[in-house]
Design a binder for this molecule. Sequence first.
Ligand code: GDP
Length: 403
Amino acid sequence: MRAHLSSALATVRNLGILAHVDAGKTTVTERMLYITGATYKRGEVHDGTTVTDFDPQERDRGITIFAAAVSCTWDGHRINLIDTPGHVDFSDEVERSLRVLDGAIAVFDGVAGVEPQSESVWRRADRYGVPRIAFINKLDRPGADLDAAVESIRERLHPAPLVVQLPIGREDGFTGVVDLIAMRALVWSGDAYETGPVPGDLVEEATRRRRLLEEAVAELHAGALEEFCAQPSLSQETLTAALRDLTRTGAGVVVLCGSAYRNRGIEPLLDAVVRYLPSPLDVPAVRGQEGEERPADPEAPLAALVFKVTSAASGRLTYLRVYSGTLRKGDTVLDAGTGKTERVGRILRVQADRHADTDVAVAGDIVAVVGPKAARAGTTLCAQDAPLLLEPPAATEPVVSVA
Ligand code: GDP
């Protein structure tokens, strides 16, 4: 049972999307939900039908103000998307959602590159040690330039951007990418998608960029360096494993590119989430305020952190992350801060605009519950017989040792 639950945890990704307002966070989220089948209508920001923005005020303003968590499934993995507000006025909410993420996609505008807000959100994510991959969006726009955007990342955010794709075509003629790891082309039009050999006119450039990627990875990763010196090149397997390590330690940042306007263009991004970003098992155990560790183990005593409370038509929804133990429908749990108890009447998985009831939530899960009356963002809910007040996850500790 335990092994089974633990291996299920390996297929969970708790993920946030960090971006400057207007970089395309809402559109990227929409496309992810659409492609993964969590929602069948195609939300458009401009007509107010997006599904992550529940609040009418948000729809009116066209910006994501309040965080919500949405679950979807991709390639056998459950992806819990925790929405993080991009607007600078809502930085407390950003901070709270950063506490419950295991990884993030940082979205940049392919024309503007790194903007001031992207920089401040990035620094905050650094503080919480959130592993990230970067997505340069809007490559279809006039003036979009992947290389310039990557340079702005290198100069302002991170010295080691690791670009794993080469765009095919520019601006209006942007039709797909060359995957520099598998060395194959992904070309989309509307909802159709084709994979094939690297187009003849791009072979030389793709080969050159693959080489640059291998060199950059070998410079940062001891295992890759060993293979690179012996061969001298890197296999697809070594490259992928090294990129995963570098993402998790924060030593490098995998960079993908695309356009959220091209639906299928989001698929390689979903693949990258599964491949590179950590599961709840890969991140450090949380600690209580007295330093005691709680492992991401469904059989340990319950400890969960509330990161958001909303009022919906169905009542008060308390969004929480379970860090350890198992939360069951009907449980009475302890608010570790006040010493009072709360009853969990229902457990819901929020799927875009629908709520699915579930009986249990285990360590690593992000769910909404109905029942608690006084819990607020920041409240720890825990087992009555094992009180524990959660501390924010430790910030800058490396997750995996690379060297
Ligand atoms: P957010 O503020 O980061 O959530 O950004 P939105 O998703 O609301 O997008 C901001 C604007 O950029 C909207 O008008 C979108 O329609 C537009 N947009 C988003 N993705 C793309 C893209 O890939 N290409 C182009 N040309 N526009 C995009």
